[in-house]
Design a binder for this molecule. Sequence first.
Ligand code: MEV
Length: 458
Amino acid sequence: MTEGSRIPGFYRLTIAERRSLVAERSGVPLEELEAALRRGGLDAEKADKVVENVLGTYALPFGVALNVRVNARDHLVPMVVEEPSVIAAASNAARMIRASGGFTAEVSEALMTAQVQIVSVPHPAEAVAHLVNATPKLLELARAAVPNLLARGGGPREIEVRDLGSGMIVLHVYVDCRDAMGANLVNAIAEAIGPSAAELARGVLGLRILSNLCDRRRVRVRCRVHPRDLALAAKERAHEAPPPSTEPASQPARSAPSEPPAAPADGWVDGRVVADRIVLASRFAELDPYRAATHNKGVMNGVDAVVLASGNDFRAVEAGAHAYAARSGRYSPLVVWRRDGDDLTGELEMPLALGTVGGTLRVHPVAQVALRLMRISSADELSMIAASVGMASNLAALRALATEGIQRGHMSLHARSVAVAAGALGGEVERVALVIAEERSITVESATRVLALLRTSR
Ligand code: MEV
């Protein structure tokens, strides 16, 4: 088996060739990969067992990000996303990062949080003391609710009690869910200990549910990019288009990040200038929640695509990410970029509750195969990979925004979907897309006209 996630020219291959290569690299037999991907993996009968009122299924593109190296291991990373350029951009940025060693990632203690609300508490300070003193009993009750989790080495670890004021108390149980996302486990624990907790507090039992702000299950990713790779990548955007004909400008003196770096005269931007502009883009997001929201949307482009491909709950991940981004009272970026010497360095921190067992994984063959393609054996590894792809997506977006703008790359890829919508097939897609992109008229009408011309000129 040829290992690694670096496959130059992958995008030029046919779908069948890509599948063969990915099967070879991942060790997943080709027949199994193809069987899983047939009809998007889920037929209506199976879907009918998953949710209610089913009429059919709804397919989305399933691709792989390349060049992703996390903690010195290469991974092909499945992504499910409908937005053009997300997979290509993440792969390009991952290549720049890989050249300086790849992503360094770690997961915190990996505890999920169960919440029990108790209301109408007559003496909150006393109630808090009673609950804290009853920690061993409450943990015992919690353990009894999840025998299978205990058998897997997980279980409730800690109890915390907070007085929210107005006679309301909340009790948290922190639970190690091992390789499960853990929503059902945590909810079972909250429901099991709720009545006893309310009795101890002499209050009335309220909600019993997990918190999606799983700030004790965080992932942290760091990376470094050499300016040479930022600049080279600039040339290779838009599917490795030929570099500009002019020579790169001579290396300018390092400008302070607070001064706007010089504008590119000819489309080529020196890597150190790109790095400074990315730092300024990061500062923008740190200072302005309006920008931070879009900055984080770029991060979630990558994270969500991996979360979806692996059969995990992207709504839970989104809720946690944005609540964490606002933890200081000001909505902030999940990834921050700085200069370290000539290099650009990035740091991401976010909560991420992902599972490699249970949930959708039980029923969805594509999600099952997605985990095998990544060649991982734990939920922690999945979180580190998803967060790394999020960081790559953010870097790709900032690099594009800081240089030529986002529209050119987006539009050339958007043109392909428009060409397909106009009925272009096979090699026609690229040819029609190229013409309508050059004409700057990316509409189905233009694509239909160009396609008709192409077909009559044969
Ligand atoms: C588009 O899907 C994501 C971006 O808007 C992110 C960003 O602005 O950083 C390009």
